[in-house]
Ligand binder design. Structure first.
Ligand SMILES: Cc1cc2nc3c(=O)[nH]c(=O)nc-3n(C[C@H](O)[C@H](O)[C@H](O)COP(=O)(O)OP(=O)(O)OC[C@H]3O[C@@H](n4cnc5c(N)ncnc54)[C@H](O)[C@@H]3O)c2cc1C
Length: 396
């Protein structure tokens, strides 16, 4: 069987599996659920995927994965996205923290932590950002002090997605306050239920409590919870962030372009269908051109993967363009809808509701790398422009 035949068969089988479960776990099942209920549904859905060979598709079978290829994973997630399954709630767990465990933990730790996450039984968060350290991750100040065979953690993290539901988290902590800031950090994982960990929700503009402040008050963790060498945490964190860009790139889930075209046909501007207005047509044409460009980038990344190579900075370009376009489309849609556009339904989904897509737009343009940071990456890594001024990297 050729690769193309194999992938065609894989896609048909995956689609049949997804169609069977859409009613129980897809859009309809999620309507009107609270965030806690959605998380519970997402964990159950992950269990169903694990039992059928569709969880952690590229990971080794010995850790509960399906031992499949990168292309199979992409095909499955593209199909999965059409039905509105709650996979995004576990995207962090399976996108960054657990892959870091898979690469850097001891064999015993991998056996302990990876399979339960693959089955959706345990959830992980990423505790990187602090009030003064978001884009500038190296400025992290949460302190880890050595105490015999243990470490004691003190300080604060913030913007931690789903921390209130998580069992474990990965973090960077300052272990040498006297070293230059990129050199004094160490990478750990922590039990989120350990004594001294406090999670406080932050309400976002749409009133959802996806993100949290997390406080560490003398939290004791064993040295075995360290991943990588002492004071090598910044490098480890950058490895994690490179994975994050790919995860974030996959989440441009606003309403499809056809919905905007239908809206422009249905709404009137000065007594005529809005689709006849030159500015509306130009905006739709722009969105179409962007989407075609993004598909081309996506196809190229797939070809690189098929040829056994790593794609380059496609993730950064994809995330930047997709997040901006989604926000622009939602803004235009709300303009066309007039007063009815601002009616707010807290249970609406970004994929089907322009108000929710618009309110949520800025978060997508901040989380997983801000627009400005992605522009810097593209300028330096793709266009080869001179590096941005980095006074913080100068020796002290
Ligand atoms: C919904 C959501 C979920 C999140 N989830 C998590 C999570 O699970 N775990 C986690 O650790 N963090 C999470 N974050 C935090 C996110 O990673 C940070 O908000 C992000 O890195 C930006 O950092 P900051 O908020 O400190 O802004 P800053 O870094 O202070 O940036 C402020 C502004 O300055 C710009 N800027 C900063 N430095 C430069 C530069 N060198 N060149 C040009 N412009 C610059 C930025 O682009 C931005 O516009 C989440 C954020 C959101 C919104």
């Amino acid at each position: 069987m050729t690769t193309t035949d194999h992938l065609g068969t894989y896609r048909s089988k995956a689609r049949a599996f997804l169609e069977t479960h859409a009613g129980q776990y897809g859009w309809e099942a999620r309507r009107n659920l609270s965030l806690a209920e959605e998380v519970a549904l997402a964990k159950r859905w992950q269990g169903v995927k694990a039992a059928n060979g569709y969880a952690a598709i590229t990971w080794p079978k010995e850790f509960g994965g399906a031992g499949g290829t990168e292309l199979e994973k992409i095909i499955f997630s593209t199909e999965e996205a059409q039905f509105g399954f709650p996979a995004g709630l576990l995207a962090i767990t399976l996108g960054m923290p657990v892959p870091m465990m898979l690469h850097h933990a001891t064999p015993e730790q991998k056996q302990r932590y990876v399979p339960p996450a693959v089955r959706g039984e345990e959830m992980w968060c990423q505790l990187f950002s602090e009030p003064g350290a978001g884009s500038d991750l190296a400025a992290a100040r949460l302190r880890a002090r050595r105490d015999g065979d243990d470490w004691l953690l003190d300080g604060q993290k913030t913007w931690t997605s789903y921390a209130q539901f998580c069992d474990f988290g990965i973090l960077v902590a300052r272990t040498d306050p006297d070293a230059p800031k990129h050199k004094g950090l160490t990478f750990f994982f922590v039990d989120m239920k350990a004594p001294g960990v406090t999670v406080r929700p932050i309400k976002l503009l749409h009133q959802h409590e996806d993100v949290n402040e997390v406080f560490f008050d003398n939290v004791r963790i064993p040295d075995a919870n360290r991943l990588g060498a002492v004071n090598d945490g910044f490098r480890m964190a950058i490895l994690t962030l490179m994975m994050e860009r790919y995860v974030a790139a996959a989440s441009d889930d606003g309403p499809p372009l056809q919905a905007l075209i239908d809206l422009a046909n249905a709404r009137k501007l000065r007594g005529r269908p809005a689709i006849e207005d030159g500015r509306v047509r130009a905006a739709i044409a722009h969105a179409y051109a962007t989407q075609r460009g993004l598909s081309a980038i996506h196809e190229r990344a797939l070809e690189e993967l098929t040829a056994g190579r790593e794609p380059g900075a496609e993730g950064s370009i994809h995330k930047l363009a997709a997040a901006r376009e989604r926000h622009a489309m939602a803004t235009l849609a709300l303009d066309l809808m007039g007063p009815s556009g601002v009616a707010y339904d807290s249970h609406a989904k970004t994929r089907t509701d322009y108000m929710m897509s618009w309110i949520d737009g800025p978060t997508l343009r901040i989380a997983g790398g801000t627009d400005e940071m992605l522009l810097n990456t593209i300028a330096e890594r793709i266009l080869g422009l001179p590096q941005d001024h980095r006074p913080d990297k100068a020796p002290r």
